[in-house]
Every structure is written in structure tokens, then in C-alpha cells.
Design a binder for this molecule. Structure first.
Ligand code: C2E
Ligand code: CA
Ligand code: CA
Length: 552
């Protein structure tokens, strides 16, 4: 098509140029004929004394030079025709070549501009716009052919930490390496896209068996397991994969990608690191997803508050301490339980900011009580993620120094699970804080995979028996046996025991019989704000020890 148009164009140009050259040739012929007429007329006048036909004929016969002149119009005519054709073709071809070159250049520029707006500049992978476009087309074709397709979202969970630690250049190198690994494991190389700073997408089309997608998620996790090498450092990246299938989970690209995002959030807390979307996940979104971003501002907007719940010593009948429990008063959603937003914060780096706020607030309140000679220990909950943050000991030391806190006033509550995931690192952090004088308590004991081996390795002071075992010890012999045995076990390990979830005087009396050291629960008080807790202390029968009558 392009060729026929081009050759037609060339033909037209040749015709125009030829006629222009031919016109000049014709003028040449007219000039030549006029010269012959003038020359022969002059020859006739010169020879015969007049210009007549007979004189012209004689002049023609007798002057050989005029013959040459006579042939000139023919030479002009022929030469004009010949050269006009050549020039016209040459000029036409030149114009054609130049036009073609210009056209190629324009096409290349258009392609490049198109590439720039549809690709990620760093990895050269398709960007979000192109990915959506491809998924849309794939849906259209899958509908027609009655085929299945899957969309996977891959998020690099610790990317922001790596970026903060190693900087832009190194994290760019890692992103490029990730993109190569993802292209390596994906069957359709074109299906991989980078749709956000640290989120990749993969489109799988024409799937025969949906298990293929799950297998791909496993391959992705395998591929990511190997550390990334950057500036001679080995960096381990953690990825999560959210999976959706068409048409099962959505019939348009927006629904599919949004639900893959929901699955991604579920994957963050799953052991496998990947999750297939289920409609029951929807309670995690979109409210939860928007909450997540709002948590960022909750601290600045003063929406968080620390509540305190009393811990009473059964040995001395005194107020032993209080556990700090965070609360979020959301301006539109009202009260949000820490059980909801702590796990959310734990999945992102928000937890660091949250823990830092809790530590500052709890230490400030604690220092305030000690200034008034209220000698109580304040328990602060640390999250699993906190124990993998090497900066935690310095953070705590800094906050304590600023507030005027002595480490022995503080108990840090940790759970077994938080130590299990990366025991070496967590233990190093715990040991450092312990050497600084902080005490550790193992929280929710009995609910996780209790490993006595780890318990023995940790420098613990306290073991907290979870409320789920306690609330029914009056009714359930089984629970009573577990609690009693756990108290003995803890004592044998040299730990003192706090039992939480004490909701009645009866439970408290039983626990005293079992040799429990400290109790905490609604029977004493529900968690209260700083002001209310002060008020509660002033009227409570359990009085705090004074620094004068020091307790253990
Ligand atoms: P946890 O550390 O096991 O805290 C004890 C939870 O049990 C608290 O729930 C408390 O209100 C509740 N509780 C205490 N006594 C009783 C009782 O007699 N009966 C019943 N039914 N419940 C009782 P809360 O305050 O909702 O906290 C839930 C969880 O949120 C905490 O469990 C803890 O894991 C987490 N959390 C709370 N504050 C923080 C924090 O500042 N940082 C971190 N990392 N986690 C926190
Ligand atoms: Ca706790
Ligand atoms: Ca607990």
C-alpha cells in the first residue's frame, strides 16, 4: 500500500519535472528554428540582394554551414526529451528518498515517544497504563475464547527500609535485578510490568489450570529468596504476592487489580507470602486500606492515646505496675481497636513510628508518676517488627534519657512469635536492651509455638499467661491445670508470673492459691486514660509502693 502510493507519487513528480524541462527544450527548438530562418534570410539577402524563397533555397544549397544549423532543432528536441527524462527521474528519486527518510525518522520518534509514556524509565518494563491496557485486551480476548487469565501483584515489602538505608542508587540497582528475576520466572516475558514504586504486576493468559498461577507465585518467592548483591552487600528482599483470576474474581481490569491488592494485604501476614483473593477478604478493604494511610496522620493529629491497665501483686497486695495499651480515636470511624490497627501497622514500616510514639508517651507518663513517688513498673508492648530493627536500643535509650527514665521502671513485652522469625537478630537486640537494664516479659504465653529452648535463651523476667486460658479457670478443670502447670514451669525457669484476663474475685483467689505473682484484668480495672488511671489510683484499695518501701 505504502509502496504503490510512493511509486504513484514518484510518477506524478516525474511528469511535472519532465514537462518543466521539456518546456525549456521546446523554447530551445523555437530559438534554433528562428536562428535558421534569420541566418538563411541574411544569406539570401547577402547572395541575391533580396529575401526570397528562391534566394533562401540557393542559400541552403550553397551553404554547408546552414545544414549544421538546420540539424540543431532536432538535436535540441532529442536532447531535451532525453535529458528531461533523466533529470526528472533523478530529481524524483531524490525527493522520494528524502521523503522516505523523513517518514522513517517521524515513525521512530513516534515509537520512542510512545515507549516513554508506556514504560517505566528505570527497568524499561511496561508501566501501569500499559499493564492495564494489556489486561483489558487480554480480558476481551479471554471472553471471546472462553479462556481464563490471572493477575498477580508483587510488592517488595521491605523496599522502603532498603531505600532509606542504602539510598537511591542501590535501590535502583535492586529494582532492576528484581525486574530481571521476575521476567525470568514469568512464562510470558511481556506480561511483567512495574506498576508502582515497589509493586510489580504479572499477567498470565490462556491458562489451562489455575494451579499454574499458584506455582508461579511459588517460583517468584523462590526467585526472590536469593539475596541481592549491591555494592558488595548482600541484601535480602521480602516480597508478597496477591493473586486474582478472571472471570472468577472480577470481569474488568479495575476490579481485578483492586482485588489483587486486597489479596496482597492478606499475603503480607500469611506464611506463604502469597494469597489468592477471597470475597471474605473484603472486610480488609477498602476501609482498612484507607485507614492504613490515615494512621500516618493519626499521630500528628493527636488521635492516639495511651490507656493504662493495673497490675496488682498478689504477694504484697500492692499496685505493682500498669500496662500501656494504645487507643485510636478516629474522627469519623470512632474508636478503632489496637487488634485491628497494630497488625496493619506491623505490615508496613508505620509500626516503627507507632512504637516510637508509644515509648515517648509511656516514658513521659512513667517519669511523671515516679516524680510523685508512685513506684510502679510500666509495661510497653513491642511488636515483632520492632525486634528486627537494629536501631531500637538506641531509640529506647534516647527516649529514656529525654524523659528521665530509669530502665528498671520499664518492662518490655514481647511475644514468642516475634523472636521465632529471625531469632539471631531479635536475640541480639533483646540482649543489648537487657544489658542496658530493661526487663523483658513474654506475652500471650501458650498461644503460639511455645519453645522452651528459646525461652531459656532469652533474658526474661516475667511470663504472662494469656487471658484465653484464664477467663474460664473456675469452670474448666482443663484450663485450671494448664494455668497451674504454667505457673510452676515459669517459677522453675526463675520467672515471675503475671496472669491477664482476671475478671472476677474468684479467679483472683484461685490464682493466689496457684502461687501466681501478679494479676491484671477487668476485675481490677479496664484500661483507663492517664487522667482516669490517676483518679482510679487515688480511690483504689491497691496502693502503689513508694520508693521508700522498695519492692522486687
Ligand atoms: P495484649 O498485650 O495481650 O493486651 C491485653 C489485652 O487484653 C488488652 O486489649 C486488654 O484490654 C485486654 N484485657 C485485659 N484484661 C482483660 C479482661 O479481664 N478481660 C478481657 N476480655 N480482656 C482483657 P487491647 O487493649 O484491646 O489490646 C489488644 C492487643 O493490642 C494487645 O494485647 C497488644 O497485643 C496490642 N497492643 C495494644 N497496645 C499496643 C502497643 O502500644 N503496641 C503494640 N505493639 N501492641 C499493642
Ligand atoms: Ca501485652
Ligand atoms: Ca496478652
Amino acid at each position: 500500500m505504502v509502496l504503490t502510493v510512493a511509486s504513484q507519487l514518484l510518477g506524478d513528480n516525474v511528469r511535472i519535472l519532465k514537462s518543466a524541462v521539456s518546456k525549456t527544450a521546446y523554447e530551445g527548438v523555437v530559438i534554433a528554428i528562428s536562428s535558421i530562418v534569420v541566418a538563411t534570410s541574411l544569406a539570401s539577402l547577402y547572395g541575391m540582394g533580396e529575401v526570397s524563397l528562391a534566394g533562401i533555397m540557393i542559400a541552403q544549397k550553397e551553404n554547408f554551414g546552414l545544414w549544421i544549423l538546420d540539424s540543431i532543432p532536432f538535436v535540441f528536441g532529442f536532447w531535451g526529451q532525453y535529458s528531461s527524462s533523466i533529470i526528472a527521474y533523478q530529481a524524483g528519486a531524490m525527493i522520494y528518498d528524502q521523503t522516505q527518510e523523513l517518514r522513517n525518522k517521524t515513525e521512530n520518534l513516534e515509537k520512542r515517544a510512545n515507549h516513554v509514556i508506556t514504560h517505566d524509565p528505570l527497568t524499561d518494563l511496561p508501566n501501569r497504563a500499559l499493564f492495564y491496557d494489556r489486561v483489558e485486551r487480554a480480558i476481551f480476548s479471554a471472553k471471546n475464547k472462553n479462556r481464563l487469565l490471572s493477575v498477580l501483584l508483587i510488592e517488595i515489602e521491605n523496599f522502603k527500609d532498603v531505600y532509606d538505608t542504602l539510598g537511591r542508587n542501590s535501590s535502583d540497582i535492586i529494582l532492576k535485578q528484581i525486574s530481571t528475576r521476575l521476567q525470568g520466572v514469568s512464562l510470558e516475558r511481556d506480561g511483567v510490568a512495574k506498576i508502582d514504586g515497589d509493586v510489580f504486576g504479572i499477567l498470565l493468559t490462556d491458562i489451562a489450570d489455575l494451579r499454574e498461577t499458584e506455582q508461579l507465585a511459588q517460583y517468584i518467592q523462590k526467585a526472590m529468596e536469593q539475596p541481592f548483591i549491591v555494592e558488595r552487600l548482600q541484601v535480602v528482599m521480602h516480597s508478597n504476592v496477591g493473586i486474582v483470576h478472571f472471570p472468577e474474581h472480577g470481569e474488568d481490569v479495575d476490579t481485578l487489580v483492586q482485588r489483587a491488592g486486597v489479596a496482597l494485604h492478606i499475603a503480607q501476614s500469611s506464611n506463604k507470602g502469597y494469597a489468592l483473593y477471597e470475597s471474605s477478604f473484603d472486610r480488609h478493604s477498602p476501609l482498612r486500606l484507607t485507614l492504613m494511610s490515615e494512621l500516618h496522620h493519626a499521630i500528628e493529629r493527636n488521635e492516639l492515646e495511651l490507656f493504662y491497665q493495673a497490675k496488682v501483686s498478689l504477694l504484697s497486695d500492692e499496685l505493682y505496675g500498669a500496662e500501656a495499651l494504645v487507643r485510636w480515636h478516629h474522627p469519623t470511624h470512632g474508636f478503632i481497636s489496637p487488634d485491628e490497627f497494630i497488625p496493619m501497622a506491623e505490615r508496613t514500616r508505620m509500626i516503627k513510628q507507632l512504637t516510637s510514639w508509644v515509648l515517648k508517651e509511656a516514658f513521659r507518663h512513667c517519669a511523671n508518676w515516679h516524680k510523685q513517688d508512685i513506684n510502679i513498673k510500666i509495661s510497653v508492648n513491642l511488636s515483632a517488627k520492632d525486634l528486627h530493627d537494629p536501631e531500637l536500643p538506641d531509640l529506647i535509650a534516647g527516649v529514656a534519657a529525654a524523659a528521665g527514665i530509669k530502665p528498671e521502671w520499664i518492662i518490655l513485652e514481647i511475644t514468642e512469635g516475634s523472636v521465632m522469625s529471625e531469632p539471631e537478630n531479635a536475640l541480639a537486640i533483646i540482649n543489648r536492651l537487657h544489658s542496658m537494664g530493661y526487663q523483658f516479659s513474654i506475652d500471650d504465653f501458650g498461644t503460639g509455638y511455645s519453645s522452651l529452648a528459646y525461652l531459656k535463651k532469652m533474658p526474661l523476667t516475667e511470663l504472662k499467661i494469656d487471658k484465653s486460658f484464664v477467663m474460664d479457670i473456675v469452670g474448666s478443670e482443663n484450663d485450671a491445670v494448664i494455668v497451674k502447670a504454667t505457673i510452676n514451669l515459669a517459677h522453675n525457669l526463675g520467672l515471675h508470673v503475671t496472669v491477664e484476663g482476671v475478671e472476677s474475685q474468684e479467679i483472683m483467689a484461685k490464682l493466689k492459691d496457684y502461687g501466681c505473682d501478679v494479676v491484671q484484668g477487668y476485675y481490677l480495672n479496664k484500661p483507663l486514660s492517664f487522667t482516669d488511671f490517676n483518679q482510679w489510683m487515688s480511690v483504689s484499695k491497691w496502693k502503689p509502693a513508694s520508693h521508700m518501701t522498695k519492692q522486687s
